[in-house]
Ligand binder design. Structure first.
Ligand code: ADP
Ligand code: MG
Length: 367
């Protein structure tokens, strides 16, 4: 197991937060999570971990998709992690949000794996002081076979980082990395060997094509969250994702946990996202404002949770983590069809100034 070069300091704020908030003490008052019941928050916090005992076996590139990963487990079997997928338009803030979520969950004492599924392969950078890790597809290309220990690298607070990677430019399907990587870790039994509490897939969601739909379609992830701003293209991508989720919802696919409203601070931005979730039968899980602290942390190669744990923005991400922790029930969203989406956008084109001037109120916020 490759380890991160610098030792991430334990954060007083996170410690205090952990002491103040028992697991399950989430915004929605959900029951304590299985993870906490199974092993509780790590007493001294997760530390740098060596390669897992009984390291999973190497495997050739697997041939076909596996079965759903979240069924009930027989007595005595190792626990299964809560698997969630974060989708959204490119550049909308998925990796930033996911990395801060992973960091906040690990500060709560959970064993977390962040699984980057964007061909850009930059999902886990800020968990590792800005450094890149070799992707599963790169390793496969180089060696013809991949052992999990070569693909899993440790980041902030013991978070396991994996990047699926993408095909050589101009060749093959961009989603192939996800299919290959997911199958490979599954075949090697990695999730159970590592005793993970959370696996978080960070997936490019501009197009929900075969490969990118894998975490949803195969029922690998149980809950999907989408990061969206109030920009129309971000909403358009979220609506497309909802169509993908709806399509597989009757076949054991993942359902929607909610929208993470990124760069949504006030006024018309909030009103637009609130109205979109109302129209599509979903909810906003958390509003995340645009913040210079995020930019500053990213420039330093770190998450906000690591670089600025006492900032307001870090608290926003910790609250997001508590809401994810408490989240149990996801839904099948009701996407708008092309005409409805166009009409919805036109309505906002007319209303936006009135909302901004305070002459009209937004509707649909659930929190
Ligand atoms: P994605 O993974 O969706 O492609 P990123 O997470 O890489 O997007 O974010 C794109 C850029 O936007 C990054 O430079 C990131 O720092 C910035 N960003 C994302 N969310 C915020 C935020 N809430 N405040 C400030 N900058 C943000
Ligand atoms: Mg990204």
């Amino acid at each position: 197991m490759a380890t991160k070069k610098t030792e991430a300091p334990r954060k007083k704020a996170a410690e205090a937060d952990r002491k103040a908030k028992a697991p399950g003490d989430g915004a929605k008052g959900g029951p304590p999570p299985k993870a906490a019941a199974d092993q509780g928050p790590a007493k001294a916090g997760p530390t740098r971990r060596a390669a897992p005992q009984g390291a999973p076996q190497a495997a050739q590139e697997p041939a076909r998709a596996g079965s759903p990963g979240n069924g009930s487990r027989p007595r005595g079997a190792k626990k299964r992690p809560k698997q969630i997928a974060i989708y959204g338009k490119g550049g909308i803030g998925k990796s930033t949000t996911t990395s801060n979520l992973s960091a906040a969950l690990s500060d709560l004492g959970y064993k977390v794996m962040q699984f980057g599924c964007d061909p850009k392969a930059d999902s886990t950078n800020t968990l590792r002081d800005g450094s890149y890790i070799p992707t599963i597809l790169d390793l496969l290309r180089e060696k013809g076979r991949v052992e999990a220990k070569d693909a899993i690298h440790e980041g902030y607070n013991g978070i396991y980082c994996v990047e699926a990677g993408g095909p050589s430019p101009g060749v093959g399907c961009a989603g192939r990395g996800i299919i290959t990587a997911v199958q490979l870790l599954k075949q090697q039994n990695v999730y159970e060997e590592l005793g993970l509490d959370y696996v978080i897939y960070d997936v490019l969601g501009d197009v929900v094509c075969g490969g990118f739909a894998v975490p949803i379609r195969e029922g690998i992830a149980r809950h999907v969250f989408t990061v969206s701003s109030s920009d129309f293209m971000a909403i358009y991508a979220a609506n497309n994702l909802f169509r993908g989720i709806q399509k597989y919802s009757n076949a054991g696919g993942a359902l929607l946990g909610g929208v993470i409203a990124n760069s949504v601070s006030s006024g018309y931005q909030k009103a637009i996202v609130d109205d979109f979730v109302l129209q599509t039968g979903t909810q906003v899980l958390q509003y995340v404002p645009r913040s210079i602290t995020v930019t500053q942390s990213e420039l330093g190669g770190k998450t906000t949770i690591e670089a600025a744990p006492d900032s307001e923005q870090a608290e926003v991400y910790r609250e997001l983590a508590r809401r994810v922790e408490a989240h149990e029930e996801s839904v099948t969203p009701r996407p708008l069809d092309a005409q409805e989406l166009r009409a919805w956008a036109n309505k906002w084109s007319d209303q936006i100034l009135a909302v901004e001037r305070g002459e009209a109120r937004s509707a649909g916020a659930r929190i």
